[in-house]
Ligand binder design. Sequence first.
Ligand SMILES: *Cc1c(COP(=O)(O)O)cnc(C)c1O
Length: 444
Amino acid sequence: MPTPILSKRASIYSDVPDEKWNDWRWQLSHRLNTADDIGKVITLTDSERTALQTQGLFRVDVTPYFISLIDPNDPNDPVRKQIIPVSEEMNAFTAMMEDSLAEDRHSPVPGLVHRYPDRVLMLVTTQCASYCRYCTRSRIVGDPGQTFNRQEFEMQIEYLKRTPQVRDVLLSGGDPLVLAPKVLEELLTRLREIPHIEIVRIGSRVPVFMPMRVTQELCDLLARFHPLWLNIHVNHPNEITVELAEACDRLTRAGIPLGNQSVLLAGVNDCAHLQRELVQKLTRIRVRPYYLYQCDLVEGSGHFRTPVGKVFEIIEALRGHTSGYAVPQYIVDAPGGGGKIPVMPNYLLSMSDHKVIVRNYEGYVTTYEEPTEYVAHDPKSCKFCQNKRLEPGQTGLTGLLDGDQMFIKPEGFDALHDRGGIQHRLKDESKWKPLGIGAGEATD
Ligand SMILES: *Cc1c(COP(=O)(O)O)cnc(C)c1O
């Protein structure tokens, strides 16, 4: 069985005693952020040097552990590209936005994004252990001046208390696991006091940037707040080290189910075969691939963007070829606040009134005969149908299928299609005469 790579230390750290290297506080306080310091670990390209010397760039910081995963002489190293800025970061591109997911618009109180009916995203800090160059929240993250204060935290808790449909709170930021242990404990305690909050989730790249932070003590603390789930963020097999494997082992032993969220990045992981190795390695360390994201349209990330068509290549190389557990859902987080939209290849090819035609990953095309006598369950006597917990106005296609609504109309639809109303003002009446009901009325 191949083992995860044992990470090495960059040569400048060879004299650091193990107890310091393995202390997350030492890792945090020795992060690198200048061209001079980073240049001592890797050979900088001109583009990297220029970017590192530019004022006002989105914050740079890298832990000694993570920078050590880079091959110092490879300008295309996939770990390097994620955290060392290049001058292309300053290029604008069509469609780029500062807040591409319109999170600010969905925030009832600062730092709380309530986009979906039953769950909220809670931004609990702006700080991270290291900073990903393609960060969706680069507009706020990294800036210590923007950190949420006590008063805002109280407003977030108040909103959650008075919003009983929220049953799932997703802690993010920034990275919740860089919070001081006391602060994290208070945050989780306060959330657990709210009875309608069923699950708490943490999104964190700390296990990847600084696995030494995942101490037994931290796992014991987290385990007091179950059910608690955690998503990590690994993009490339080179990030799966013995240290990460051990950190994940401690977390899963504490009863925390682990998922992974990756971002598809040009030149880092936009290869179907690399993705297969990545997801297989993740399942070996008991991390289930959850989402693979299309890169958001955020400032500074233009050079990382891939065409959406890549998904077909990647999912075709995963589904069927490897464990279903290892196949992530591919997500486009729709610009303008449309939310997460799954995109995948088509497996349903056609259908008639009595059969469907489907294909498998090998291209085998087959038919599934529909039942001739389907006796559906009776919604009137079904207690789940009677007590459905869908938020009015946000029921979407479920609302159409349930018969609660007959159609969903785009904004301005009625005005646009009220052609009868303007028809008499048109010169060439014969050409525009409406057919059917009402025809003949629209004459002067
Ligand atoms: C991603 C996200 C969630 C969680 O979405 P899931 O699909 O449930 O993982 C919740 N709120 C916001 C605003 C998000 O962006």
